[in-house]
Design a protein around this ligand. Structure first.
Ligand code: PLP
Length: 391
């Protein structure tokens, strides 16, 4: 059968993720240092793994409630009460999902009608635009500015508003820039959302990964809880990417709508991962904090390294990415990433994989060892000096 032309228009209109391309090149090479993957290099802490093993020994192999195990939902509710003084009803306002990836897809699908517009500050995680398009919505990219360390402001959002604007989708700490939003920045965004009656989807998967300051949860801002759908998960903070577990918190109508889709498309998140997630919330925090302290060491090393070699970057304050400006090399971000991997076997991701406003930048993940980061910095420095692009 000739499949071209038979696939849905929406699927054909989205491009494959720009992150993966460089992994495929890297997979064919020896001695590649990858600063490309957005994934902790740590193994999930043992107490979390052990709880899963013990769960299997006890025969926990079934489906769970669609919304997730009650004990996990209770732990999540307790965590948000303790951390942000937010009250979520564990029966009606929490949905456990297969990663934040699923939660994002459900959140967008639950409210998007054909033609509805979603404001998406850029650069941003690769799934936001794709999920919007697949849901029949229209992604409206709003470029954030390097001069403002990639924070978004109401003044920047305002020109993109139309009568069809329904959702504002934000993700801070940010992938790929490492930017965070301070409380003052977020309060202005909250006023903007209120003024224009927007739903806010807030992807806070990196909320536990902040340096020099605490994370501000969008739903905890005055009057924001009811209009915010808060997404979070275990992949990054607890080094649990392969477990596939995330969650959404929000108004019961909204969570109910998401649950309907989840019920038919996913049924429930895996019970093994849910048991592990309960342990992560009960006893995982001290291990998580150790990992964050290690990311902080790596962050300082890579930030200073880029500064030394003249690649301009603002200091990233969240997640585990740095987003240096490589325009002084005379190359585009794509060319830089391609030539670097070929010449020096260092993998990173061109900023354009995260939207047009990522042009002139590359994303480097520092979720890898100090030794590897040091060696990668040496190789990048060698690459720049050998090629003398600036001449
Ligand atoms: N949101 C952001 C900003 C991410 O960076 C990622 C993964 O890289 C995800 C969501 C997806 O996370 P999960 O593993 O929970 O599906």
């Amino acid at each position: 059968m000739n499949w071209s032309g038979k696939l849905s228009n929406s699927v054909q209109s989205i491009a494959p993720s720009g992150i993966r391309k460089f992994f495929d090149i890297a997979a064919q090479m020896q001695d590649v240092i990858s600063l490309g993957v957005g994934e902790p290099d740590f193994v999930t802490p043992w107490t979390i793994r052990e709880s899963c093993v013990y769960g299997l020994e006890r025969g926990y192999t079934s489906y769970t409630a669609n919304r997730g195990m009650p004990e996990l939902r209770t732990e999540i509710a307790n965590h948000f009460k303790k951390r942000y003084d937010l009250n979520y009803d564990s029966d009606k306002e929490i949905l456990v999902t297969v990663g934040v990836s699923e939660a994002m897809d459900l959140a967008i699908r639950a409210v998007t009608n054909p033609g509805d517009e979603i404001l998406i500050p850029e650069p941003c995680y690769v799934s936001y635009q794709a999920c919007t398009t697949l849901a029949g919505g229209v992604p409206v990219s709003v470029p954030a500015k390097i001069e403002n360390e990639f924070r978004i402001t109401p003044e920047e959002l305002e020109p993109y508003l139309t009568p069809k604007t329904k959702i504002l989708l934000i993700g801070y700490p940010n992938n790929p820039t490492g930017a965070i939003m301070e409380r003052g920045d977020l309060l202005k965004i909250a006023d903007f959302a209120e003024k224009h009656d927007l739903i806010v989807i807030s992807d806070e998967i990196y909320g536990d990964l902040t340096y020099n300051g605490v994370h501000e949860c969008f739903a905890a801002l005055p009057k924001m809880k009811d209009r915010t759908i808060l997404l979070n998960g275990f992949s990054k903070a607890y080094a649990m990417t392969g477990w596939r577990i995330g969650y959404a918190l929000g108004n019961s109508d909204f969570i109910g709508a998401m649950t309907k889709i989840h019920q038919y498309t996913m049924l429930c998140a895996p019970i093994t991962a849910q048991i592990a997630a309960i342990e992560a919330l009960k006893r995982g925090e001290k291990y998580m904090k150790k990992m964050v302290a290690e990311y902080d060491r790596r962050r300082n090393l890579i930030y200073e390294g880029f500064k030394r070699m003249g690649l301009e970057s603002f200091e990233p304050r969240g997640a585990f990415y740095i987003f240096p400006n490589i325009t002084s090399s005379g190359l585009t971000a794509e060319e830089f990433a391609e030539k670097l991997i070929m010449a020096e076997h260092v993998a990173l991701v061109p900023g354009t994989a995260f939207g047009k406003s990522g042009a002139g930048h590359v994303r480097c993940s520092y979720a890898t060892s100090i030794e590897k980061i040091s060696e990668a910095l040496n190789r990048i420095e060698h690459f720049l000096s050998k090629n003398k692009f600036r001449d």
